[in-house]
Every structure is written in C-alpha cells, then in structure tokens.
Design a protein around this ligand. Structure first.
Ligand SMILES: [Zn+2]
Length: 375
C-alpha cells in the first residue's frame, strides 16, 4: 500500500546536532558481544548498513548513489498487484539494471504472480518465473498482502495464504532454500476505528481510503484471521525461511511479536515502515521495547520501505531517504529524547549495543536473506 508507505516519510525529523564521542576502538571481535560498546552519530557513514526492504523502480543511479553516500546496501523488493503498476516483469528489469550496475550495493527479491492466479497452469508458471529470477540473481521471493486482502478465485472466494493451492510453491522454496519475504495482513490499526489508531499516518490514510479500512468491512477477514492464516502457513512449512515484512504485521505489540518468534524459529521480521510503531511503544514503555530488541536481536532486519519510481520527485525521494536513514540510526544508537510527527509525546532512543546494531543493520539480512554475503 504505497500511500501508507509514503506516510512514513512524515516520521523523518531534522537530525539534531549530535555530539561526537570518539573513543579508542577495540577490535571488532572483542566488541562483538560487548554490551557496553556503542556507536555514535559519527559512525553513521563508516558502518555499512543494509536496508532490507525498499522499492527502487528507476533506470538511473541517483537513489543508489545516495545509499552509497550513506553507506547503505539496498534490498529492493518486487511485488505483483493488479492495482499497483508496474507489472512484476518491469520491476525485475529495473532490479536487474541496478544489480548489474551496483553488484555490491543492490540486490533484489522477485515475486509470484497474483494476476494470473486463476490460470490452470498458475503453479508451473510461477515456479518457472522464480527459477528464472533466481538464476538471474534474485535472493528471495516476495509474497504480497493481496493474498488475504483482495485476491479471489474463480468462485469469487477470497484466497488466504494457508490455502492448499500455495503448498507446492512453498515446497519448491523450502527444497531450494529460498527465503520468503511475506507481507501478509495490514497494521492492526486497519481494523480499529479511527479514534483508536496509534499513528497519524494510518488515521489520515484510512480516512482518505475507507475502502481499505477493514473496520468498516466486517464482511472481510478480521485482523486475527490474517495472522492465523500466516501462522497456519508457517506451521505447514517448518523449513521455510520466512521474513515477515512490516514486523510481521504484529507491529502494535512487541509481546505479541515475541510470541510468534518463539513459536516459529524459522521466522524473522523486517521493520519496513513500522519503526514508528516501535517508537510509539517506546514512548509508553521504553524498557519493554529495549528488552525486546536485545532479546530478539538476531531475528530483526533494519528496513524502511522507501519507494522511488520514475514519476517520483527524485530530489525529494533522496532527501527523504537520507533523513529516514539518519533518523532511524539516531533512534537505535542514541539515547536522545526524540519526537515523531506521527504521534504526540516524546520517546528516548534505544541506545543498543554495537553487536545488536551490527545484527539488525547487516548480519541478519545476510543470514536470513542471503544478501550482501561478501561483506
Ligand atoms: Zn514494501
């Protein structure tokens, strides 16, 4: 849902002047699990980071150049949605162009077709498309929320992700050790009345687009139905490597997310477009969010959901990317008091130790998605 994603740009704040605090650096190995070693704002450009969920759909290098300046590797994710052009084949062309131009900095995930779901040879078509993408360098396969939210079969029945028609695709991915990035469901706010929503971006989006506001559509599956379908799918495929996009749609409560991570050892999550939900929870209970990030530090992938398409204002998109990356770095590495345009009140940065930052910002993407392995 791109408009929702764009709203996250509202969270970007001017980076306050941060004091430098340089201390003699011990060896990386020594600091690996040292919980008293921390990065500062000055380390932002020297530490290589991975943004594990972006959508870069342009045939030029301006966005990647900004990522290089900010020392960010990009993992761009294709998806297939009849309402959101361009088609996945075109998205893959963009990805291949950038992967070829910046092999050290840019990698991508392919996807499966939902537009052709009702074709008789849909499974064969998708396996063949995935094989082809993997041969060209795709590192993972994206499964998109249209499954569960809008995809209908020939009987006009909504298709959920635990539907047996997906079993052979997941079996193929399990057998070939291909990770899945699964965006399933929506933020829980989507099922709440506007006055109960926790972040302003959701309030304005669902006010503008009541058609997508599930609170107003009781005939549609509930939030719990979406989460259960995803859980059922994971239970059916215990050897599938699964990265739940957007904090696995459990963004509203770290306890709830922790319970899923405990139940499914093959599941990690990316933070794309949902860091604001960690921030709002940090406003209310800093320690709880901090403890969660420490405990699950090997299951969380830094990601933003930044989008750039041909029609975007490139200057604006690049500025927004830089602000988002620096602001998020400040949230995770410092203990400064911060505010967000998305909610009232203030919160304190997480000040996570270096070994946690290293995991969240690069090692987990390498381990779970197999990306940027040469580093
Ligand atoms: Zn996305």
């Amino acid at each position: 849902m791109k408009n929702l994603l764009h709203n996250t740009a509202l969270t970007t704040l001017l980076l306050a002047t941060l004091q430098s605090c340089s201390s003699p650096e011990s060896s990386a190995a020594k600091n690996r699990s040292d919980s008293t070693a921390f990065y500062t704002a000055n380390d932002f450009t020297t530490i290589k980071k991975t943004d594990a969920h972006v959508h870069v759909q342009v045939n030029d290098s301006v966005f990647v150049n900004q990522a290089i300046k900010d020392n960010v590797n990009l993992f761009s994710i294709d998806y297939d949605d009849v309402n959101e052009p361009p088609p996945m084949e075109v998205q893959e062309e963009y990805a291949l162009f950038l992967q070829k131009s910046f092999p050290e900095r840019f990698q991508y995930a392919t996807t499966i077709s939902v537009r052709k779901f009702n074709d008789d040879d849909w499974t064969t078509q998708n396996i063949s498309y995935m094989r082809n993408s993997l041969a060209k360098g795709a590192k993972a396969v994206k499964i998109y929320k249209v499954i569960g939210m809008s995809l209908r079969d020939k009987q006009n029945k909504l298709v959920m992700i635990d539907d047996p028609r997906f079993d052979s695709l997941f079996a193929f991915l399990e057998e070939n050790h291909v990770p899945v990035v699964g965006h399933l469901g929506e933020p829980r706010n989507c099922w709440l009345p506007v006055e109960k929503m926790t972040v302003k971006g959701d309030i304005s989006y669902f006010t503008q687009w009541p058609i997508y506001h599930m609170y107003k559509h009781p005939e549609m599956p509930s939030y719990e139905d979406q989460i259960s379908a995803r859980d059922n799918m994971l239970a059916k495929h215990p050897t599938l490597t699964f990265v739940g996009a957007h904090l696995g749609s459990l963004e509203w409560n770290v306890d709830s997310l922790a319970a899923r991570l405990d139940r499914f050892p093959n599941m990690a999550v990316d933070m794309a477009a949902r860091i604001v939900h960690l921030e709002v929870q940090a406003r209310d209970n800093w320690q709880k969010v901090h403890d969660f990030l420490i405990k699950y530090n090997d299951r969380l992938l830094y990601a933003t959901d930044l989008v750039i398409i041909e029609q975007s204002d490139h200057t604006k998109a690049i500025k927004s990317a830089h602000e988002t990356w620096t602001n998020d770095w400040k949230f995770f590495t410092s203990d400064e008091k911060m505010t967000s345009l998305q909610f009232d009140g203030s919160f304190k940065g997480m000040k996570l130790p270096k070994y946690v930052i290293d995991n969240i910002y690069s090692k987990n993407a390498r381990n779970w998605l197999g990306v940027f392995k040469g580093e």
